[in-house]
Design a binder for this molecule. Structure first.
Ligand code: COA
Ligand code: AMP
Length: 272
């Protein structure tokens, strides 16, 4: 891209967040992207009373290009099974199982200091499970990322062929790819706070994006993200700066595998 812009939308009702989405596009395409993001703002069952769209120029030389994480879906159909698979996968990336289990409990019980959903991700020290994000209500929000036009189209095609048609998967995969490349990041755990959306994932550069269909029960309004951080591998301030501000374009599409059992997944990883 010669003249890229970050275009970000957030919709709220009575001050409460309703939805948000973002893109990176060439200046000439901003006119087309803004109405698409506005449609997203009004597509939810909650009608927003305020929608803010912000367009910001990005320096083209400052934009990092990343390969997408590959996607694998586990064929696990109950919440305890998906959560214990998540803990095993996190353990395989270097997160101690006690810290992984603490992260699952944290998201299940409301990760903000007031026991509600956070506005961004928690950051957890893998050495002791301590919280490292400066504000436990807000957390840290990854922003300024997108697929390149070609990789985005190819990723959408491959995800759809694997039965993953929901736009959330494509967007969560882009977000997870950015997070996986943050300095000091070991892995990420996520499930949505949308009561109707039960899927979640564990992601890391080593594990890929491992989709777990039932990280919570239907109609549960809690969810969130935990980023596992290793101080031996990176600086926390640099990590937070990268997550919030570094512009990232994902320029290769994901491979998609599965559905498969956790055992099959670990076998595949051993062989590759
Ligand atoms: N939950 C609650 N409040 C949120 C929010 C969220 N997810 N995102 C934004 N807000 C509100 C907060 O009040 C925030 O203030 P804060 O910084 O004190 O928390 C305020 O909006 C401004 O947020 P900011 O991030 O500065 O706005 P922005 O216009 O730069 O970007 C988003 C907004 C939503 C596009 C961006 O934060 C984001 O999350 N991008 C990723 C979107 C995405 O692809 N998600 C994948 C989901 S599967
Ligand atoms: P969602 O996948 O949009 O349902 O978001 C799930 C949770 O992830 C939210 O409850 C927030 O805690 C957190 N979150 C939302 N947006 C971001 C972001 N941009 N970066 C990091 N964490 C986020």
């Amino acid at each position: 891209m010669k003249k890229p812009y970050s275009i970000r939308m957030r919709a709220s009702r009575r001050g409460a967040h309703v939805s948000g989405a973002e893109r990176i596009a060439e200046v000439g395409d901003v006119n087309d992207i803004v109405p698409q993001l506005l449609s997203r703002a009004f597509a939810r069952s909650t009608e927003p009373d305020e929608v803010v769209v912000r367009c910001e120029k990005i320096a083209p030389h400052a934009m990092a290009r990343l390969d997408s994480l590959d996607v694998v879906t586990l064929d696990c159909f109950d919440v305890p099974g998906c959560r214990s698979a998540a803990i095993r996968i996190l353990e395989s990336t270097g997160v101690p199982s006690s810290v992984a289990a603490a992260a699952v409990d944290l998201l299940a019980s409301g990760a903000s200091s007031s026991g509600r959903v956070m506005r961004g991700a928690a950051i957890m020290d893998i050495a002791n499970g301590n919280r490292l994000e400066p504000d436990q209500e807000r957390g840290v929000r990854a922003s300024r990322f997108d697929w390149s036009y070609d990789a985005g189209a190819e990723a959408e095609h491959r995800l759809a062929a694997a039965g993953l048609n929901h736009y959330r998967t494509r967007e969560a995969l882009a977000l997870a790819t950015k997070i996986a490349h943050a300095p000091g990041t070991v892995a990420e755990l996520c499930w949505s706070d949308d009561p109707e959306y039960t899927a979640g994932y564990v992601a890391s550069r080593a594990a890929g994006y491992v989709r777990l269909p039932f990280m919570k029960r239907n109609s549960d309004p809690l969810g969130g993200r935990v980023i596992f951080f290793d101080a031996a591998r990176g600086d926390l301030e640099q990590c937070i700066r990268y997550l919030q501000h570094a512009a990232v374009l994902i320029h290769t599409a994901c491979k998609c595998l599965g559905p498969m059992s956790a055992e099959e997944y670990f076998d595949v990883r051993k062989r590759t």
